[in-house]
Every structure is written in C-alpha cells, then in structure tokens.
Design a protein around this ligand. Structure first.
Ligand code: CMP
Length: 143
C-alpha cells in the first residue's frame, strides 16, 4: 500500500493547527501509520532538504525547521502521495487554492505550515529518514 511522509512545520504546530491538519487527512480516509512530535536536529533537516542545498533559502529553511518542534507523520492509502499534495496545496500559500491547507491557513512560502513528499520514491526515502521500522504500524481499518 502506498505511503507518504507528512511534516507539520514549526509554524503549523505553534499556530495550533495540528488537529485541523490531521483531521483533513482522516476525513479524506487515509490511514495513520506513524506519528511523532520531535525537535529536529540540524543533520536531519539538512538531509531532508538536501535537494535544496544550493538554493539561497536553504540555511534559513534549515534554521526554521530546527527552531521549535514539528509533527512527523506517515499516512497510507491508494494514491496518497499525489492526493496529499492536493490536500496541502501549492508551495506558496498566496497561490494555493482555498480549501487546501496552505490556501486556508498559510502565510508565505517560508511559513507554509506543512511538507508532503512530492513523489512515491521521495516518500520512501523520507519515511526511511524520519522513522525506524519499529515506529511504523501495519494495520487496516475494520469499521
Ligand atoms: P516544502 O514543501 O517543505 O519544500 C521545500 C521548502 O522550501 C518549501 O516547502 C518552502 O517552505 C521552502 N521554500 C521554497 N521556496 C522558498 C523561498 N523562496 N523562501 C523561503 N523558503 C522557501
């Protein structure tokens, strides 16, 4: 079954949007198979955003992700990678559609609340980076 990595960034946690964001994934019918709150090390943030390491915003982005706790999650379901990106909305909240998480609550490209994997292969890499095998559940809803 397809899985994706979702992180509620420090701005989402500080603004009290954790419940709202989790609720949107639950309402869509996806299954939560991993969840933890953590303070991110510089090493983890740099590895996670390695693809952006040459960009001018890289240092500020890493500083921000490490500045206060995040909520890291793994969600499972058919087509969850692409569907989660739709729920989240465009990277810049000013361009994100109303009804998406960033469109409804995001402030700026630097304060866009949430990260979601951009492809199935990236999701696998990010899940392995953020979670150990023991931290992930294997279950299916029965009700
Ligand atoms: P995310 O989906 O986590 O992936 C990369 C992040 O880089 C992105 O969300 C933004 O938060 C951040 N980002 C992209 N462009 C900029 C920018 N111009 N200035 C600051 N942050 C940016």
């Amino acid at each position: 079954m397809e899985r994706t990595f979702i992180m509620i960034k420090p701005d989402g946690v500080q603004r009290g949007l954790v419940g709202e964001i989790i609720g949107r994934f639950e309402a869509k019918g996806f299954t939560l198979v991993g969840l933890k709150s953590l303070s991110v090390s510089r090493e983890l943030a740099e590895e996670h955003y390695d693809v952006h390491k040459e960009r001018p915003f890289f240092g500020g982005l890493v500083d921000f992700i490490c500045s206060s706790p995040v909520v890291a999650m793994v969600w499972e379901g058919d087509g969850v990678v692409a569907s989660a990106r739709k729920l989240i909305g465009a990277t810049n909240p000013l361009s994100a559609e109303p009804g998406t998480i960033r469109g409804d609550f995001g402030v700026s490209v630097g304060l866009n609340l949430i990260h979601g994997s951009d492809a199935i292969e990236t999701a696998q890499k990010e899940i392995n980076l953020w979670f150990s095998e023991k931290e992930l559940l294997s279950w299916e809803p029965t009700v």
